[in-house]
Design a binder for this molecule. Structure first.
Ligand code: ADP
Ligand code: MG
Length: 238
């Protein structure tokens, strides 16, 4: 089981506390979106789940395991960022298989996993191309392919679509949702875009200045916003 439990999570940078004791329960297979304005702590919270940022108070559990002191590599998660730095000198297939190759998975197995991921992401025709020969959307799919081949228990996305143009962003939303329906991997997805949140999430967490304002389904937030901030942010009548 890859449910995620956050218990009284805090984060301090020097003297400044930016995450103020957050509790959250994310179910196995759920697609949860963290949304809120720039600087509210979305990336910091995601990076603490990933192990890329230390935790200054509280507890993060993945399944039954407390992962507070576990390095990112031991956490069985895969993260997709906004700036999907692909290796320019490697083909699409090599980019997707690189992490597996590093962890000494044998060649035939790497090819098998890369081909399976390419099929899911419609990247089969592009496996021998180099990143410079791909469109922005194709590159983003390769970045997701790198995450998929590792078959993690948890996917973490940090604003994966914000470098894409509006039209592509809309089609990629659908692709990511279809991917989730197919794999059912527990997913935490960060965005500052409320439309993305409303259209993609099983449940939304609205963050503001390091506090959770509300957690609920898109409909719950729209129909019963907990406060004016949520109402304003989601765009509901209040
Ligand atoms: P978001 O992703 O929602 O835009 P962040 O999680 O990046 O917000 O940042 C939350 C707050 O923490 C901001 O006030 C930001 O300036 C601060 N912050 C983030 N990373 C650091 C850091 N490495 N050192 C100091 N302050 C940081
Ligand atoms: Mg951020």
């Amino acid at each position: 089981m890859a449910n995620i439990t956050l218990k009284n999570i805090q984060k301090r940078f020097g003297d400044e506390e930016v995450i103020h004791g957050i509790d959250m329960e994310i179910d196995d297979g759920e697609f949860v979106i963290l949304v809120g304005p720039s600087g509210c702590g979305k990336s910091t919270l995601l990076r603490m789940i990933a192990g890329l940022e230390s935790i200054t108070g509280g507890e993060v559990k993945i399944g039954d395991t407390v992962v507070n002191d576990m390095p990112p590599k031991a956490r069985d998660i895969a993260m997709v960022f906004q700036s999907y730095a692909l290796y320019p000198h490697m083909t699409v297939a090599e980019n997707m298989g690189f992490a597996l190759k590093l962890s000494k998975v044998d060649k035939a197995e790497v090819s098998k996993k890369v081909e399976a991921a390419a099929e899911i992401l419609n990247l089969e025709p592009f496996l021998k191309r180099y990143p410079r020969e791909l469109s922005g959307g194709q590159r983003q799919r390769v970045a997701m392919g790198r995450a998929i081949v590792r078959d993690p228990q948890v996917f973490l996305f940090d604003e994966p679509l914000s470098n894409l143009d509006a039209k592509l962003r809309v089609s990629m939303r659908t692709e990511i949702k279809e991917l989730h329906q197919r794999l059912k991997t527990t997913t935490v997805y960060v965005t500052h875009d409320q439309i993305e949140a409303m259209t993609m999430a099983d449940r939304i967490v609205v963050l503001h200045q390091g506090y959770v304002q509300q957690m609920g389904t898109p409909l719950e937030l729209y129909d019963h916003p907990a406060n004016l901030f949520v109402a304003g942010f989601i765009g509901s009548p209040g």
